[in-house]
Ligand binder design. Structure first.
Ligand SMILES: C[S@@+](CC[C@H](N)C(=O)[O-])C[C@H]1O[C@@H](n2cnc3c(N)ncnc32)[C@H](O)[C@@H]1O
Length: 288
């Protein structure tokens, strides 16, 4: 169960979800017709060692990421959402935005992976120990970011705007915000607080891309929690509570917004979704 001030590193609690999605990206990116390639995902997962590295070498056949009932869909989901956020980042750069903030950056390597125009500054916010693992892994591998990269170690339930501004962020410049794989790990109140902060720090022309998940039916959560497996571990980490719909939240505040369900997005880019309907949707909103 989560508590207000709980903490973690890359191997524990919410921190380990960054490794889980990186492993999904690494495995999902191996398909011949993969939608994106993120070689950094494999780098991070190998650096974590142990069962994570064995998973990449096919030595953990029962791992949830490899099962037909969960793994296939989840890997496709991760790769598709990576593509969505990559395309969003490209579009923001093409529109002239040079300030990017990745909230809950985890093992997102976009600062190293995408062809950012000169002068782009990327701020990565996450818990200190998650950023520490990431930094040590990238330094050890001798990798250099393409954009100017600033780490901002914070708890996103606390006063992160001050830490962001202290790191050099300029609220007078238009910003592209990325919120990928975060909301379900925040309470509804913390989500609203996060969005209030984004709005207050966003100059005209700013934009935000956000992944959201519809709340799971209570009986599904109760059933998942009864088991002793990866699903029950995960369900204890999330805040499965009613919360504001993201597109409406931003359009109510004068932004323009567009929402697409992940399965429709996958169809839209010419692929067949592994599941008929996903509870995940992707939203982009722009401040006029
Ligand atoms: C599922 S991972 C997603 C990471 C990354 N955005 C991606 O898609 O690969 C969730 C991330 O959210 C971060 N996170 C969740 N709640 C947070 C909080 N209150 N403060 C800072 N980071 C948080 C975790 O540390 C973790 O890195």
């Amino acid at each position: 169960m989560r508590t207000d001030g709980d903490s973690w590193d890359i191997n524990t609690s919410v921190g380990s979800t960054a490794l889980f999605v990186a492993a999904a990206r690494a495995l999902g990116g191996r398909a011949a017709d993969a939608l994106v390639e993120d070689p950094f995902a494999e780098l991070f997962v190998r650096a974590a060692g142990g069962e994570w590295a064995e998973l990449l070498d096919g030595r953990v056949p029962a791992h949830p990421l490899l099962t037909p009932e969960f793994g296939i869909q989840f890997r496709q989901h991760q790769v598709a959402r990576t593509r969505y956020f990559d395309d969003y980042a490209h579009a923001a750069a093409a529109a002239g935005i040079r300030q990017v903030v990745i909230l809950a950056a985890g093992l997102d390597a976009r600062a190293y992976r995408l062809p950012w125009p000169d002068g782009t500054v990327v701020y990565e916010l996450d818990r200190p120990q998650v950023l520490e693992f990431k930094r040590e892994t990238l330094e050890h591998a001798g990798r250099e970011p393409i954009a100017e990269r600033h780490e901002v170690p914070v708890d996103l339930r606390e006063d992160w705007p001050k830490a962001l501004c202290d790191s050099g962020f300029d609220p007078a410049l238009p910003t592209a915000w990325l919120v990928e794989g975060l909301l379900i790990y925040l309470s509804s109140a913390a989500q609203d607080q996060l969005f209030d902060a984004i709005v207050s720090l966003s100059a005209p022309g700013s934009r935000v891309a956000i992944e959201q998940m519809d709340p799971l039916p209570a009986e599904v959560v109760a059933e998942m929690a009864e088991h002793d497996d990866a699903g029950s571990d995960w369900v204890r980490l999330i805040y499965n509570e009613p919360r504001g719909e993201v597109t409406e939240w931003f359009t109510d505040r004068g932004w323009t917004g567009e929402r697409v369900y992940l399965t429709d997005y996958i169809r839209g880019i010419g692929r067949t979704p592994a599941a008929d309907r996903s509870s995940i949707s992707l939203v982009t909103a722009v401040r006029p």
